[in-house]
Design a protein around this ligand. Structure first.
Ligand SMILES: *[C@@H]1O[C@H](CO)[C@@H](O)[C@H](O)[C@H]1NC(C)=O
Ligand SMILES: *[C@@H]1O[C@H](CO)[C@@H](O)[C@H](O)[C@H]1NC(C)=O
Ligand SMILES: *[C@@H]1O[C@H](CO)[C@@H](O)[C@H](O)[C@H]1NC(C)=O
Ligand SMILES: *[C@@H]1O[C@H](CO)[C@@H](O)[C@H](O)[C@H]1NC(C)=O
Ligand SMILES: *[C@@H]1O[C@H](CO)[C@@H](O)[C@H](O)[C@H]1NC(C)=O
Length: 676
């Protein structure tokens, strides 16, 4: 065998020996240079000298061929040997695909070949066609049923077709352990592959890096290369593809020789390193689970927050409320206005609930009353809301404007304008400086009388307040009296159990007939009478801690009038600055209004006139019928949800030494709305 010129190219990492005259080829690459191979598709040589056949993009092919073909003639037995090292690095968290093939082909043009399961070697029409002239050793990492693949980690010998003539799961024969051992191709670990052909039999062997070539090949198959390549001209190289399953597929080094020339060994230590994406294949399922867990936690937190908020701002809204839409406040807006019903925002605790100060957008100040109620109160709710809303239409300068309402489960919120100077009882009883002068007190009485008269006569329909008392009288910025909290007693009424038809109010302001006849304008007049006495005397209508003769204001005023003089009951804090005439007139009017006989009480219109001196007060004496009487009421605990009712037995006027003939004793169960 005559051998001609011998070219030896000494490049640092490429040792190429071309035995040209007989077309015998011999080369070894430990790492690649950019122009060493013919590349197409996504194949490229990285700066690290790695041949990257596919990147991690999907549906791609990549090819790399030794630039020169080798030719063989029929006279000589044709043979070749090759050894290469490749690696399959899956994209983190994704199952890798599709595979690499060592290719011997009559052509380097694979532009029409398809990616995915075709491995960049064939397309649907060329697969299986003898005119393809392709011999391939596939390292297939996806099971393609159409090609009768045995698994997703196999090696096969392909002749013009992806239906391998022979295949086996990726494994190697361990020379030391004398047994077959599995290899996981898509592990990122380099895999050595040997393909040997002696002219008749093609052997394929695999082994992990640093493991010697197995003495037994994995595949061994008789192949007639002359049949496949009638032109006797062959290119050798690699083909690889990705589909929806993607891997970075690399060739680290490649040694090849044809003819009987000995295959050159590769120096493994000089091979480029395979880059590993941060999370390797082994940790990726863990990573996925972690990501899923994190997503779940975030979702749960978001869901929780959503339901918390939904619950936090939940309201009760019935279809019948539609017509009251403009008067309906959202709970969220009230919650925000009162800073979440903070303690600092608490203005006071009324008989029917807590009152909070709130600030709406545009710095509009409001008072929000929270009234809790039993669920059976829902029955009367429609009627009550209708009443509340119609009250909102009431316009009088001495009424606290009711702005609207909001409903929640077991709770009603009433929104009214915020009154700058608070409620009257604070000035009367809390020894607040400055105390109220007589003229201020009289002005406030006139204000409230005017408001009540409006409710009783001038409004579209008759409104009964039901709970007139100092703590329900508010003072605005001009210190004018404004009647607030109307309708609350009525609401309480709805909340009561149907078995009890009892009246509601505050002890000391309740007319005796309230328990039998129910509320009327005349019971309002009675309460206003008690209120007049309260303002003038600076004490509450009932004070159980006082000496017996003083406990009941109405009675005490009357007795004092009988014994000494009427005006001695006036608030000592008034000092000397008052009109005796006015004080006596107001006290007499108070007694007149608290007459136990409803018909003997003046109307609110008349009261306004008396207060303005435009109508002379009728002549009365402490001995006039029904005057100065106090009704004995037995109070029983009524566990209403609205008011924190307490059972309290008031002192019995019968046992007091100065019992009056005029006293009429009403013993009845009433609901006691606890006053401030
Ligand atoms: C398959 O490839 C051949 C050339 O190799 C081309 O002529 C043919 O059109 C291709 N067929 C398809 C379906 O792509
Ligand atoms: C192929 O393997 C067989 C053993 O299975 C061996 O006898 C033969 O020599 C091998 N041929 C080549 C070319 O390595
Ligand atoms: C291989 O195929 C060629 C052409 O078909 C034939 O001439 C030759 O005898 C075959 N060789 C063997 C070993 O079968
Ligand atoms: C009532 O409120 C106004 C406005 O805040 C204030 O100027 C005035 O002093 C207050 N009057 C009393 C008696 O507190
Ligand atoms: C009031 O009752 C007392 C007895 O409690 C009686 O002595 C007195 O005459 C009565 N006065 C009137 C005005 O009825």
């Amino acid at each position: 065998m005559a051998r001609g010129l011998l070219f030896i190219w000494m490049i640092p990492f490429v040792h190429l020996i071309s035995l040209s005259s007989q077309q015998d080829i011999r080369f070894v690459y430990t790492g690649f240079g950019p122009t060493d191979l013919y590349l197409d598709g996504v194949a490229s040589v990285l700066s690290s000298r790695l041949l990257q056949l596919t990147d991690a993009s999907s549906q791609k092919t990549g090819h790399a061929f030794y630039k020169q073909p080798f030719e063989f003639n029929s006279s000589e037995p044709f043979s070749f040997s090759t050894h290469f090292i490749c690696a399959f690095v899956p994209k983190p968290g994704v199952i890798g695909g599709h595979g690499i093939a060592f290719v011997a082909s009559s052509s380097t043009d694979f532009t029409q070949a398809d990616p995915t399961q075709y491995l960049g070697l064939f397309n649907i029409s060329t697969n299986g066609s003898p005119s393809s002239h392709v011999l391939a050793v596939e390292l297939d990492t996806v099971l393609s049923a159409e090609f009768d693949d045995i698994d997703n980690n196999h090696v096969g010998i392909d002749v013009n077709s992806l239906k391998s003539v022979v295949s086996a799961p990726a494994s190697y024969f361990s020379n030391t352990e004398r047994m077959n051992k599995a290899i996981q191709l898509v592990s990122g670990d380099p895999v050595q592959v040997w393909v040997d052909y002696d002219g008749t039999v093609l052997n394929v062997s695999l082994a992990p890096l640093k493991v010697q070539k197995p003495i037994q090949p994995l595949l061994s198959r008789a192949i007639n290369l002359s049949e496949i390549f009638p032109d006797r001209r062959v290119f050798v190289g690699f083909s690889a593809s990705t589909g929806s399953l993607i891997s970075y597929q690399y060739v680290l080094g490649w040694s090849f020789s044809s003819g009987g020339v000995l295959l050159q060994d590769m120096d493994i230590s000089k091979l480029p390193h395979v880059p590993r994406p941060k999370a390797g294949n082994k940790t990726s399922p863990l990573l996925i689970s972690l990501l899923i867990l994190m997503a779940l936690v975030v979702l749960a937190a978001l869901g929780g927050a959503y339901f918390y908020r939904r619950n936090k701002y939940a309201e009760v809204r019935d279809p019948w409320e539609k017509e009251y839409g403009p008067h309906r406040f959202s709970y969220k807006s009230l919650y925000k206005a009162t800073k979440g019903f903070k303690k600092e925002r608490l203005l006071g605790k009324g008989g029917f609930g807590e009152i909070y100060k709130g600030t709406l957008p545009l710095s509009r100040q409001i008072a929000v009353k929270r009234v809790s109620h039993k669920h059976n109160a829902e029955q009367g709710m429609k009627q009550f809301v209708a009443e509340v809303v119609s009250m909102g239409s009431l316009k009088h300068r001495n009424l606290v404007p009711l702005l609207g309402y909001c409903r929640r489960k077991g709770e009603l919120l009433l929104v009214s304008e915020y009154m700058l100077n608070g409620s009257l009882d604070q000035y009367l009883f809390d020894n607040k400086d400055p105390g109220l002068s007589w003229s201020q007190r009289l002005a406030i009485l006139k204000d409230i009388a005017s408001a009540l008269s409006y409710l009783h006569t001038e409004a579209d329909k008759v409104f009964i307040h039901r709970d007139i008392k100092a703590s329900n009288v508010m003072l605005d910025a001009e210190f004018s009296g404004r009647l607030g909290d109307f309708g609350m007693a009525r609401f309480h009424d709805h909340g009561a159990s149907p078995a009890t038809t009892a009246a509601v109010g505050t002890v000391g302001y309740m007319a005796p007939e309230l328990t039998t006849m129910g509320a009327s304008t005349r019971t309002d007049v009675y309460a206003f009478g008690a209120f007049m006495l309260e303002v003038t005397c600076g004490r509450r209508p009932v004070e159980p801690e006082m000496p017996a003769e003083k406990q009941y204001l109405v009675k005490w005023v009357c007795e004092s009038w009988k014994r000494v003089s009427l005006h001695e009951v006036k608030d000592p804090r008034l000092g000397g600055e008052f009109s005796l005439e006015e004080v006596e007139m107001v006290l007499k009017l108070g007694l007149l209004c608290t007459n136990i006989v409803p018909e003997s009480r003046p109307t609110m219109e008349e009261v306004v006139q008396y207060l303005n001196w435009s109508l002379p007060l009728p002549e009365i004496s402490p001995y006039s019928p029904g005057i100065g009487a106090f009704t004995r009421v037995v109070l029983e605990a009524f566990s209403s949800s609205s008011a924190s009712s307490t059972s309290r037995r008031l002192p019995d006027p019968l046992n007091s030494s100065s019992s009056s003939n005029n006293s009429m004793f009403v013993t009845h169960t009433i609901i006691y709305g606890q006053g401030r």
